[in-house]
Design a protein around this ligand. Structure first.
Ligand code: HEM
Length: 151
């Protein structure tokens, strides 16, 4: 498991912890202070968990397990996978902060922060899969499939 894979997976775990803490904070406030969470707080919770934890874990495991790039592959570039990591990490963290601030602070910079960080998440996910596209390829299993074996 190389360093970028470990970074994806450990960052995913950090987002899991952040998402759970937001959930714990929302449930205490809802039940003990009769203050239901705003849609922004629920969005911070769910996107920290689903993009920050679930998606980053999937990307990290894909980076680890997908077949290595072919020797002649000029499409795959590790620097782009690293750029996707930063877009997704900074985008998810900034969006979480922006959405937690948003119920009390509707200033234009907070709204722009949420929009731009959301777009960073989109860009990160698209960049990851477009870069990884050529690593979605058959190795031994495609030869066995060609010989008639079915999985
Ligand atoms: C991996 C774990 C979790 C996932 C995937 C998850 C997912 C979700 C989702 C999808 C929603 C939106 C539900 C909706 O609006 O219909 C939600 C809301 C919420 N979650 Fe979580 N959650 C997790 C863990 C937790 C934990 C551990 C807590 C608290 C102990 C928690 C507390 C809440 C609260 C308070 C809401 C807002 C419900 C409301 O609208 O009043 N979540 N969660």
């Amino acid at each position: 498991m190389h360093s970028l894979v470990r970074r994806y997976i450990k960052t995913a775990i950090a987002f899991l912890i952040a998402g759970l803490l937001i959930g714990g904070w929302m449930i205490v406030r809802r039940e003990l202070s009769q203050r239901p969470p705003s849609p922004y707080e629920v969005s911070a919770h769910t996107h920290t968990l689903f993009v920050g934890f679930v998606m980053m874990m999937i990307l990290g495991v894909a980076l680890w397990l997908f077949p290595r790039p072919d020797k002649n592959d000029t499409h795959y570039r590790p620097a782009l996978v690293e750029a996707a990591y930063w877009l997704l990490t900074v985008g998810t963290a900034a969006r979480t902060i922006g959405e937690l601030l948003r119920p009390t602070l509707a200033a234009a910079f907070v709204r722009w922060l949420i929009v731009l960080s959301g777009f960073a998440q989109i860009a990160g996910l698209l960049l990851f899969f477009s870069t990884m596209w050529s690593r979605i390829r058959g190795l031994g299993s495609s030869a066995r499939e060609a010989r008639g074996e079915r999985f």
